[in-house]
Design a protein around this ligand. Sequence first.
Ligand code: ADP
Ligand code: MG
Length: 249
Amino acid sequence: MLDLRDVQVVFDGFRALDGVNLTVPDGELRFLIGPNGAGKTTLIDVITGLTRPAAGSVRFAGHDLVGRKEHQIVRLGVGRTFQTSVVFEELTVIENLDLAAGFRRPLWTLARRRRGVSEAVAEALTRTGLEDLAGRSAGVLSHGQRQWLEIGMLLAQRPRLLLLDEPVAGMSKDERERTGELLTRIADDHTVVVVEHDMEFLRRHASTVTVLHEGRVLVEGSVGQVSADPRVQEVYLGRKASDVVGHRP
Ligand SMILES: Nc1ncnc2c1ncn2[C@@H]1O[C@H](COP(=O)(O)OP(=O)(O)O)[C@@H](O)[C@H]1O
Ligand SMILES: [Mg+2]
């Protein structure tokens, strides 16, 4: 589904990505971890066309993504969340989903009541568990609910690949748990790449983990394999690998 070969990104002579190879098969829920500055967000930027690599290839579902514009990549079925919110606070939950689904209706018609919502919107609403909040304005949502809405807005666009950059940052324990379950369900019929630092979250929800360090893939494997790797220990200085990603029983 996703295949990166020898991808390099250079910012003013600094190699943010220094030869990244990454393959994510169809239907996988892949976790991407690594210390701050490892290049995780840059990797997502490269896949989504925000940043152009200096070298290497990025392929998605048989398409070469390098050189394509962001909206073209979205249309091919790649969706991402940003760390900054894209939710319209004045609009309701369902209106936000509706907008994301890409109805080419004039903005003023959003205020009107419509008889039904599209299948994609209805599905996004149930998947994210936001049915009860459908008519509330997005501005009143809790931090966690807002993150779910953003994931719902991605789903409403019917992507095949979802790229989520630190989706549980700032969430309560309960919200993190619900998000983990949501991501697992989404991966039933999507390919999902999640950047996440929260180790407890990883321990509970990750199966395959890719560790990025200084712009390269350091280790890749199961949570158990990665946590047992001495190189991972070293990257997370002063902590045992078991403290970093934990062991599954
Ligand atoms: N637009 C940019 N211009 C210059 N340097 C950047 C830019 N974006 C990221 N970097 C640098 O690239 C490195 C990787 O950043 P990033 O991908 O955001 O790391 P991560 O998401 O793993 O914390 C960092 O050293 C960061 O300072
Ligand atoms: Mg980042």
